[in-house]
Design a protein around this ligand. Structure first.
Ligand code: IMP
Ligand code: MG
Length: 194
């Protein structure tokens, strides 16, 4: 879905774009990939009782687009996990800030996440939900930085593998900003380095 581009008519909004080093994925490229992922998911979950679990906050834009392209009955819930402070490096410790509303025993769960970095967040959540008796737990992330992996984890569905750079937009943030950029971009290091 298209959004508003930073423009000179809004100085504060255009100021955000000054912190962008390069655009990595434009809106059309993202939309095409989201459609492909949704087609794969629609095929793979035929006849199953699908529960999408979005990981807040970064996944909500991707999840909103993805779920509207999945041609199956499905339910959606959210968890909020935190491994990052306001910086760009993982603390390594996962905290559950908001849990699922209901039980998941017997459910087919697809976790939807914005990006896999160290892999700790998704590995933690997969193990947690398997431990609660889910019938299956798989993962779908828009972006993956495999060179940053610190634990043994690979997403089942992945949009794009990207290099080791800190990216923002299409739901991804730095200090809770940039989520509403309609594209994915590399942030200039001087925007976050002290
Ligand atoms: P992991 O547990 O290290 O895999 O971290 C995953 C989480 O870190 C993601 O859900 C994001 O919230 C955050 N993250 C990792 N890399 C980036 C990035 O380049 N931009 C924005 N957030 C990121
Ligand atoms: Mg996240």
């Amino acid at each position: 879905m298209s959004g508003c581009e930073p423009s000179a008519t809004s100085p504060a909004w255009a100021g955000l774009e000054e912190n962008i080093q390069e655009r990595l994925l434009d809106t059309a490229t993202i939309e095409a990939k989201v459609s492909d992922l949704a087609a794969d998911i629609s095929r793979d979950y035929q006849g199953q009782d699908l529960l999408l679990v979005g990981v807040l906050c970064g996944s909500f834009v991707f999840l909103a687009d993805l779920m509207r392209r999945i041609c199956l009955p499905l339910q959606v819930e959210f968890v909020c996990l935190s491994s990052y402070g306001s910086g760009t490096e993982s603390s390594g410790q996962i905290r559950m800030l908001k849990d699922l509303a209901g039980p998941v025993a017997g459910r087919h769960i697809l976790i939807v996440e914005d990006i896999t970095d160290s892999g700790r967040t998704l590995k933690y959540l997969v193990e947690l939900l398997r431990g609660r008796g889910a019938a299956s737990v798989r993962t779908c992330c828009l972006l993956d930085k495999p060179s940053r992996r610190e634990v043994d984890f690979a997403p089942d569905y992945c949009g794009f593998e990207i290099p080791d750079a800190f990216v923002v937009g299409y739901g991804l943030d730095f200090a809770n900003l940039y989520r509403n950029l309609p594209y994915v971009a590399v942030l200039k290091p001087e925007a976050y380095e002290p």
